[in-house]
Write a protein that binds this ligand. Sequence first.
Ligand SMILES: [Zn+2]
Length: 147
Amino acid sequence: MTAERHEEIRRMLSACLDGELTQGEEQRVRVHLEGCAECRQAYEELARLQQMTRSLHFASPPEDRMKELEKSLMVQAPRRLGWLFVLGGLAAWLIYAAVTYVRHWRPPSAEELIASAVGIGFVMLLASVIAERVRQLPHDRYRRIEK
Ligand SMILES: [Zn+2]
């Protein structure tokens, strides 16, 4: 066997591993590998390398998971900040109202009673919405991984 023949076979090895050779070419590579330990070793090394690259590829996070992470950073951060402002503002308002109420206590008027009822109702609705969202959080996370 000449050196050129080895060269030619080795050039075809990776195509052979990828299954890109014609039946005739593949036959030629197999016959040569059977009779040539040197090329067989090169083939086995190449196969091992390719398998390693493939498992490395599977180990790295899929692209859509990266996109999901990006999206959650861009969407969730402002949303959380929004909730923080709403809750913070609401808490400040409640404290202010409580302090004002204690300082200037007098029998509440009908308007004030109605305003209080509306305010308390709003707070309860908001609290229920928050409770609902917190309850759904693990499900959201689970669904995200599933995709
Ligand atoms: Zn050879």
